[in-house]
Design a protein around this ligand. Structure first.
Ligand code: NAP
Length: 285
């Protein structure tokens, strides 16, 4: 809490800019040595917000000097077609990073298909092998969103060691990997989900609260105390095309610090995806 009593806003924009600057420098160095880092984004959906997200990744990649191929297989693509394309990209020496965009066509499972992404190119940590290695404390690409949670906390000088971190959400893309990364930083971690009894009673004990649910305004003043630092991962589109988080904006007055939506986790996630692609290019070469 600052001296005006207003909660601190944990913006992700400055961190994202710093990460992108570093990525642009590394991409230029690699390109000068004859290898332009190349990210491939595989999509099989007609979902508009997904298309917007893919375009924003491609724009950010190109702006940073990476090349980016968007492989649009269309919403009718079969799991076999998607798997074959992921295998082909994994075997292609000119491709360094691969992302499989969600949502997937009905009947296709992310964990099943992402197993076809070579772990060294799995820049969004989607292959179950990556999550397993992360859980075992071994080097692996973490899902960029989960890593963005830690990067934001570090950037804003929030200590994790010995503190109680409560993660609401247990998906393999955000909740579980975020919990592993928090544990690696010596936080005491509790993971909540849709079957948790009396969610507010648990979250009120958090020093750091990570909301990764996908339910607008689920986290209210009743879920926090004056010292809680909140990372709002939720990105929920409203009817008028805006984005809102999982945290009710009114909570800001009752907590120590909170990330904005948009402008918090989102820009850091994209910047980390590009940074991972640089790392993959250095590994693959
Ligand atoms: P998900 O796969 O739908 O998982 C949601 C999780 O929330 C599940 O574990 C679910 O529990 C839990 N949950 C649902 N209702 C709950 C409730 N009432 N109380 C407590 N827990 C509840 O979603 P996701 O992919 O993890 O994404 C979560 C949010 O993050 C979404 O808004 C998504 O758009 C956003 N996101 C943002 C970024 C970014 O870059 N900013 C990236 C990825 C995702 P069960 O397991 O029991 O069902």
């Amino acid at each position: 809490m600052d001296t005006t009593g207003a909660p601190r806003e944990l913006s992700g924009r400055a961190l994202a800019t710093a990460l992108r600057t570093e990525t642009t420098e590394r991409a230029a160095e690699l390109t000068a040595l004859g290898t332009t880092p190349h990210l491939a984004v595989v999509s099989a959906t007609a979902d508009k917000s997904s298309a917007w997200y893919v375009r924003s990744i491609a724009r950010a990649a190109e702006k940073a000097g990476l090349s980016c191929s968007v492989v649009d297989l269309g919403p009718d693509a079969t799991p076999a077609t998607i798997r074959d394309r992921l295998r082909a990209l994994s075997a292609d020496p000119t491709v360094h990073g691969i992302i499989l965009q969600t949502p997937l066509p009905a009947g296709a499972r992310l964990d099943d298909l992402a197993s076809a992404i070579a772990p060294v190119k799995d820049v969004d940590g989607a292959n179950p092998l990556s999550l397993g290695r992360l859980a075992a404390g071994l080097p692996a690409f973490a899902p960029a969103t989960a890593e963005a949670v830690i990067a934001l906390l570090d950037h804003h000088g929030i200590t994790l060691e010995g503190r109680h971190a409560v993660v609401v959400g247990r998906s393999t893309v955000v909740g579980k990997p975020a919990a592993h990364l928090l544990l690696d930083r010596n936080a005491t971690v509790t993971v909540c989900h849709s079957r948790t009894h009396d969610l507010a009673a648990v979250t009120r004990t958090a020093d750091v609260l990570v909301a990764a649910v996908g339910r607008p305004r689920l986290i209210t003043a009743a879920h926090v105390h004056a010292g809680t630092v909140i990372i709002d991962v939720g990105t929920n589109p409203t009817e008028d095309g805006a984005l809102v988080g999982d945290v009710d904006p009114a909570v800001a007055r009752h907590a120590a610090a909170v990330t904005p939506v948009p402008g918090g986790v989102g820009p850091v996630t994209t910047a980390l995806l590009l940074q991972h692609t640089i790392r993959a290019a250095l590994t693959v070469e």
